[in-house]
Write a protein that binds this ligand. Structure first.
Ligand code: TIU
Length: 259
């Protein structure tokens, strides 16, 4: 896990004016309100192993092109979250090279052409440190962002994820990544039981199965938000833009024009 202190730079400016300003996102089943200071953007398993040919996802028989539509919306959300100074946490599913953290049940499940640990075109399938197991170039973490390596589907299981959230004072999660009904759902359910407020950004999560995508999102927001909220990324971006404009209106001119 990398977890370096966040320092705003010219490349990664932080809009301090948004800190401690509650923002509201139009969401299902009702508006989601969050404080940027206590909210983390979580990008789940946006790895070559799931999104590119020759990896774990394809070895399970999936059409990996189904997930690629998440990349551009998530890029925009990541850029906006970086500018707003939100905590950003990436996760990667994967196992130790000696497979000591891989349950036999997970290794032998299914009818994969390549099993976890086998050598594929992008390195050993779903093994930490391999090229295929890393995050896609478009969403590569930058200095100051946390990367959590996880052996399971949920981000909390056998990781420091929960401790990192507590250390950083995080109470709300903006959840994105793949796949919607597997690692995203497992993480949202784990987070829900631990008391976190979760907003799932619907176009920033993806499934190999369109029907699962639709139903998995409904499952989150059903029953009055049994696991959390669901909104398109545009609603989140609008909330941030509106807050920035409002903050700018109330700043002295010198502060707005200062370089
Ligand atoms: N197979 C599938 O849909 N997903 C996974 O195995 N892991 C994640 O969702 N990251």
């Amino acid at each position: 896990m990398t977890d370096t202190a966040s320092t705003p730079t010219d490349e990664n400016p932080t809009d301090e004016s948004l800190a401690n300003t509650p923002l509201t996102v139009g969401a299902r089943p009702y508006d989601f309100t969050f404080d940027p200071a206590t909210t983390a953007l979580v990008l789940i398993d946006m790895q070559r192993d799931f999104l590119e040919p020759g990896g774990f996802g394809e070895s399970l028989g999936n059409d990996v092109s189904q997930l690629r539509g998440t990349i551009e919306p998530l890029r925009a959300v990541l850029a906006a979250a970086r500018s707003a100074g939100l905590t950003i946490i990436h996760t990667r599913e994967g196992h130790l090279p000696d497979l000591s953290d891989l349950p036999a049940a997970k290794l032998h499940r299914g009818d994969a052409t390549l099993r976890i640990g086998d050598l594929g075109p992008k390195g050993r399938i779903l093994i930490r440190g391999e090229y295929g197991q890393d995050i896609i170039d478009e969403l590569a973490p930058i200095d100051g962002e946390t990367v959590i390596d996880k052996p399971g589907k949920g981000a909390f299981y056998a990781t420091a994820f929960g401790d990192v959230l507590v250390e950083k004072g995080i109470t709300s999660l903006l959840v994105t990544g793949v796949t919607t009904e597997v690692c995203v759902h497992t993480t949202v359910r784990e987070a829900n039981d631990r008391g976190y407020e979760c907003l799932v950004l619907s176009d920033c999560v993806g499934s190999y199965f369109p029907e699962f995508q639709r139903v998995a999102l409904e499952m989150v927001a059903a029953q009055g938000g049994i696991f959390g909220w669901v909104a398109p990324s545009a609603a989140f971006l609008t909330a941030l833009e509106t807050a920035s404009e409002t903050a700018a209106e109330f700043l002295p001119t010198a502060a707005v024009t200062a370089s």
